[in-house]
Ligand binder design. Structure first.
Ligand code: ADP
Ligand code: ZN
Ligand code: ZN
Length: 807
């Protein structure tokens, strides 16, 4: 990085625009501003936090405005990550500013952190107003409050009903200004016993006071992290000194619980033959220090994690860092515990459920090099590790790696690109690899590694299909549970073994319908039926959260013959209670679980045997290792198959295989009972046979025939608007622009989206399949320019490259 003083910098701001803007650097910042640092800049009437892309001396044609503040003294995005951001912006057709915002550790804060403070004239005005304003004047009240300290917009809005208007007027008059900065909530507020402290930077020549100097010296001599409270008995005034050093970036302070749970160091398992064969190949590749991609295909319970742990160790032995990505739902304390016990406080955890303090502190430990092992969910792929040597993507097929808002990147694919640029290895692991990844083996892009059997030769579970059409013929009853499944659950209860019951749907019943006119009660904002939730007797929209009371008459024809159709997890739980009154039943879905901790509590309770039966949605299908589960019941294998989506079969196969993998992880073999009305569907049949190879071949044939991925590059374009005519006209215009389509590119649409109205917006879509990436990208860039030229509202156009869902 060339040091030096520059007059200008180009800044990317978080706005849906492609170009960077040139700002002048004030005298004081000229030698400190560097690419990758965040700055506060004026942007129209607002102030935004942007990222410096480059510094230079070329004066722009129009006089440049000045940078207001430099937020970071060290770049938060290094050259490698900036380049990755550019790649994402290009590949996913997303504005660079929004990509960079996603990559930053405190993305959420940058967006919402608006802190109001008094200007100098505001300070004068405050004194003036205090004397002569009416006591209920909101503007006076705001000035009075801000005179004590700067306050967030959210706080003001809560404190004063009319704050919004008054704030705007005060801002216009120049009395107050907003700092739209990353308000990193003060990590230093926690009490000392809950904080650990650790050296972050060597002496930087800053003037330190005596306690600061002493603490710094102590930490230099005693590397590692220390509980702050404990330190106070050794170093005088350690607590205030640590806090002020942290503000100067010289020490890291982070919550005690992050490093806790380290416990005794776990003795690693001796790898079995298949594990060693896989690991030796990986180690060889790591030692070459060149890019290499592996697909680790290992059946459920084959010990993939142990291979990851060894690969990470081999990476550390090379003096490089490792990154492990796991699906959103899989990153539990139990999972993190495995890493702590193997790598101690060299591990950093990045979790979206963490508070700002925890997150930014983890991030700092990674950047300082204190934590060369990082475990994180999707956005963990942007962790600022030094000397990246390995990225592991566990359950690489999982849908949570895809971000469903701009930028719509897939963390797995970004991981491969990042590893490639860094000359690192990447391991994609799964028991049900995605078609795309498996096909990349055939193309010679990935090396296939296989763990074909379970650890200690434990048998794979037996899967039985129960044909619910037959059950109906025999019992003449439309029941939730077949006799076979009920009997099997009863047996488990007698034996003191545990059961998992999977249902792919929340709520009590799916929906409320009218017998007279056949109408289903729909959401007012979305064209989807509302779901009945019994516990609070409400109808709920699962897309936008809209809720209403259960009507006593049909909203359409006023008939009173309303009835409930379908089946949800709440109802399944209730029926189980009726069948087994003494059984202890827990339910895990998005209704019972609002916070991550709650999820873990229920799961932990189940693991410890506090419950006999766990009922849940696909949340429970992911990699939990609970040895006492000997039965998995799938209430209906059919739910996902009806979706208008070319991935429906793949998703069903993955879900059924993964949930089956939860059975028989201990010494007692497990069985899986899958109820279905499509026993002959290949996804159901092959999942029951646990035959991934056959499923892959069959599905690949279908994709090839239809030119679906991986045989084409695909994108989904959504055009939306609050007014139906507007949305329709925009999509028709776009359709015209795309006629005739470029060569080797197929466009389906414009058509109503599968959910034509969502969150009060009308939606039309185009599906694009292209023979080459380049053709697809060129076309999408043309589409973006078209929307810009036509001055479409920023939210009207959504481009989803490599879409996972077509809703
Ligand atoms: P997967 O992720 O492939 O489904 P896991 O990594 O969860 O499987 O491993 C399943 C179980 O086997 C875990 O309890 C793990 O601790 C254990 N295990 C893994 N490797 C070995 C080994 N070499 N010897 C004994 N136990 C092992
Ligand atoms: Zn009706
Ligand atoms: Zn809705």
């Amino acid at each position: 990085m060339p040091e030096g003083a520059f007059l200008y910098c180009d800044v990317s701001v978080p706005a849906p625009l492609d170009q960077a803007f040139t700002y002048a650097l004030p005298e004081t910042l000229r030698h400190r501003a560097r690419p990758g640092c965040r700055v506060l800049v004026p942007f129209g009437p607002r102030k935004l936090t942007g990222v410096i892309l480059s510094c230079h001396d070329q004066a722009p044609a129009v006089a440049a405005r000045e940078v207001l503040r430099l937020i970071d003294s060290e770049p938060v995005l290094d050259a490698e990550l900036l380049a990755l951001g550019r790649w994402i912006a290009g590949y996913y057709c997303a504005p660079l500013g929004e990509v960079l915002r996603t990559m930053l550790p405190l993305a959420a804060d940058v967006r919402r952190g608006k802190i109001w403070a008094l200007t100098d004239s505001g300070r004068d005005a405050a004194r003036q107003l205090l004397l002569d304003a009416a006591p209920d004047d909101p503007a006076a009240a705001i000035l009075r409050m801000l005179e004590k300290r700067p306050l967030s917009a959210a706080y003001l809005a809560k404190a004063l009903p009319l704050a919004d208007k008054a704030v705007r007027s005060l801002e216009r008059r120049g009395f107050i200004f907003a700092e739209q900065v990353a308000v990193e909530r003060d990590p230093l507020r926690a009490s000392s016993e809950h904080l650990r402290v650790e050296l972050a930077a060597a002496d930087s020549g800053l003037r330190l006071n005596k306690p600061e100097r002493e603490l710094h010296a102590f930490l230099e001599l005693h590397p590692g992290s220390h509980n702050l409270k404990d330190l106070e008995s050794t170093v005088k005034n350690a607590s205030p000194a640590a806090r002020s050093l942290a503000r100067k970036g010289m020490v890291s302070l982070y919550p005690e619980k992050v490093g806790a749970g380290a416990g005794p160091v776990r003795v690693p398992h001796t790898l079995n033959t298949a594990q060693s064969v896989a690991f030796e190949q990986i180690r060889g590749a790591i030692q070459t220090r060149e890019f290499h991609a592996f697909l680790l295909y290992g059946v459920t319970g084959s010990g993939k994690t142990e291979v990851y742990l060894n690969a990470i160790e081999a990476t550390l032995a090379e003096g490089r860092s490792a990154l492990l990505l796991v699906p959103e739902i899989a990153l539990t304390p139990a999972m993190a515990g495995q890493f702590f016990s193997r790598f101690g406080d060299r591990v950093a955890i990045l979790h979206s459920a963490f508070g700002d303090v925890e997150r930014s502190e983890q991030w700092r430990r990674i950047r300082s090099g204190a934590a060369p092992v990082v475990v994180g969910t999707r956005s963990g792929v942007f962790a600022p590790v030094h000397g990246l040597g390995l990225i592991v993507v566990d359950e690489e097929h999982d849908g949570s790696y895809k971000q469903e808002e701009t930028p719509r990147y897939n963390g797995r694919d970004v991981a491969v690109v990042r590893a490639q640029a860094a000359g690192a290895c990447v391991i994609l692991g799964s028991a049900t690899p995605s078609l795309e990844s498996r096909y990349n083996v055939e193309r010679g892009k990935y090396t296939l590694l296989e763990l074909p059997g379970r650890i200690e030769e434990r048998p794979m579970p037996t899967v039985e299909l129960i044909d619910m059409r037959q059950e109906f013929l025999e019992t003449r009853k439309q029941s939730t549970f077949s006799r076979r499944l009920l009997e099997a659950i009863g047996q488990r209860l007698e034996n003191g073994e545990q059961t998992i019951v999977l249902l792919n749907r929340r709520g009590f019943s799916s929906f409320v319908a009218c017998r007279s006119c056949g109408d289903r009660v729909q959401c007012v904002n979305c064209s989807v039926t509302l779901t009945f939730h019994k516990r609070d007797r409400r109808l709920l929209c699962h897309y936008c959260g809209y809720a209403e009371k259960v009507p006593s008459a049909c909203p359409k024809c006023a008939s009173e013959h309303i009835y409930f159709v379908g089946l949800g997890s709440e109802r399944v739980e209730e029926e189980l209670h009726q069948a087994f009154p003494t059984a202890r039943i827990a339910r895990l879905d998005r209704d019972t679980v609002t916070g991550k901790r709650q999820y873990e509590t229920i799961l932990q309770g189940f693991r410890e045997g506090a419950f006999d039966i766990l009922v849940g949605t696909q949340m429970i299908a992911k990699g939990h290792d609970i040895p006492n589960v000997t039965l998995v019941g799938v209430v209906s294998a059919d739910v996902g198959l009806g979706m208008p989506d070319f991935r429906a079969a793949e998703r069903t196969f993955q879900l059924l295989t993964q949930v089956a993998g939860r059975a028989g992880r201990g010494s007692v073999p497990g069985i899986v009972l899958t109820q279905t009305i499509n026993p002959d569907h290949y996804a159901v049949r092959l999942a029951a046979a646990q035959d991934y190879a056959a499923f892959y071949q069959k599905e690949l044939g279908f994709r090839r025939m239809m030119s679906y991925p991986p045989f084409s590059a695909m994108a989904n374009i959504l055009v939306r608007g609050e007014k139906k005519e507007v949305a329709m006209r925009m999509s028709a215009d776009l359709g015209l622009m795309l006629t005739p389509p470029p060569e080797k590119l197929r466009i389906m649409g414009p058509a109503e989206a599968p959910v034509p109205r969502l969150k009060a917006e009308y939606r039309y879509q185009f599906l694009i399949k292209a023979a080459s990436r380049k053709t697809l990208n060129d076309t999408l860039q043309r589409v973006r320019r078209f929307a810009l030229e036509r001055k479409w509202p920023a939210t009207a156009l959504v481009i989803d490259v490599d879409p996972l869902t077509l809703m």
